[in-house]
Design a binder for this molecule. Structure first.
Ligand code: SF4
Ligand code: SF4
Length: 373
């Protein structure tokens, strides 16, 4: 068994779903589109900033010869549904259900690296996940993990697009794999289904218009996106659900998943203190942007679910005034839920005494729409 075969065997023992090997040659062809994304303001801001490092693996590891790309598949169906509840539930999307995948992948990359160290002398490597220097999808494509779909995700026949990606840049000399021989063909389902038309069609996107980004961005969510998130409080996977390559895929659990956390009851979610949030949700991937952004989304989700039983909670948020963005979002949600707000509600909004620009904007919009002239 040669080194490559031994590494593949090792990866299977570690629980890596798919492994591929490619050269450490530059990804020069990416430079134009990476620069265009920055210049046209299409980046989410979560990307690695140095473009040279993004396309030149040897800037991360001078002795680099081979990049080992790994994929860990995750399920998109809950093993069991959460119990019935009189509360409306929100949704985290599947990539955020389990333990933070950065940790999951890092642990697997570390195990792989330690295993390779035991197999070969003078092993040098640098591991990367998601926000590392390299573009994970470009590495995975070249290493034969899958193709990059029009939805920008790496898609394999075995696991669909439900894969977390990471890589080890190494100094090993290993025969590279070939890219897969299948692709999107004429399909345009994800382009047609994307609610914000943010997919450009060549595998790139305007990340700032993506609902997944919108659910993770601070401040007010633009009015244009509020209805579009429906009851999803973290992520968006419409361009995955509609993809034919994901039909019939039933990936195994990468980590334990609690259905109550994946689809939380929205009103109780708004009542969580910082400490309670940390204890209950702190370990799942979808919690990384913190409680306040998710609670803002939960307020929007209650309006989108048309949950009129949430009106007292919405009024309480406005009344307590603990978080300016929550108050401003709650004013909008109150209008959506009450449809015809009563005098007391209108008076309550009229009486809000805040200099915060978002509260002022939502207050003005509410009063312009509902207050009698
Ligand atoms: S995640 Fe949602 S908003 Fe983002 S590209 Fe896919 S369908 Fe569009
Ligand atoms: S939905 Fe169609 S076009 Fe979009 S990624 Fe899947 S196969 Fe490609």
């Amino acid at each position: 068994m040669d080194l490559k075969e031994k590494i593949i065997e090792l990866s299977q023992e570690i629980g890596i779903s798919k492994i591929g090997f490619t050269t450490a040659d530059d990804f020069a062809y990416l430079e134009k589109s990476l620069r265009a994304s920055v210049e046209e303001g299409r980046n989410s801001g979560f990307e690695h900033k140095n473009i040279e490092e993004r396309i030149q693996p040897r800037l991360s590891l001078a002795s680099a010869k081979t990049i080992i790309s790994i994929a860990v598949a995750y399920p998109h169906k809950l093993p069991v549904n959460p119990p019935k509840s009189h509360y409306k539930r929100g949704k985290f999307t599947p990539n955020s259900w389990g333990l933070d995948y950065h940790h999951v992948l890092k642990e697997k990359l570390d195990k792989l690296a330690r295993g390779i160290e035991a197999l070969t002398a003078d092993f040098e490597y640098k591991g990367m996940v998601d926000t590392g220097a390299l573009v994970d999808t470009a590495v995975a494509r070249r290493a034969g993990i899958g193709f990059i779909g029009k939805n920008g995700l790496v898609i394999s026949k075995e696991f669909g697009s439900y894969m977390f990606l990471g890589e080890l840049i190494t100094n090993l000399e290993i025969a590279p794999d070939q890219p897969v021989d299948y692709d999107c063909g004429d399909c345009t389902r994800c382009l047609d289904a994307c609610p914000t038309s943010c997919l450009i069609g060549d595998g790139t996107m305007n990340a700032r218009r993506c609902l997944s980004f919108q659910t993770q961005d601070k401040g007010m969510m633009d009015l244009e996106f509020r209805k579009k998130i429906k009851t999803v409080i973290y992520g968006c996977d419409i361009c995955q659900i509609c993809c034919p390559y994901n039909k019939g895929i039933n990936n195994p659990l990468a980590t334990e998943i609690d259905p109550e956390l994946a689809h939380p009851e929205l009103i109780p979610f708004l009542e969580l203190s910082n400490g309670q949030f940390k204890t209950k949700f702190g370990h799942i991937a979808g919690s990384w942007r913190g409680k306040n952004i998710l609670q803002r989304n939960a307020i929007i989700a209650l309006a989108n679910a048309n949950d009129r039983s949430a009106i007292p909670k919405i009024l309480e948020i406005i009344d307590k005034g603990q978080n300016d963005i929550h108050v401003a979002t709650a004013i909008w949600a109150l209008g959506e839920l009450a449809k015809q707000p009563n005098e007391a509600m209108i008076q309550m909004v009229a009486d809000i005494d805040s200099e915060h620009p978002d509260i002022q904007a939502e207050r003005s919009a509410f009063l312009a729409k509902y207050a009698q002239v």
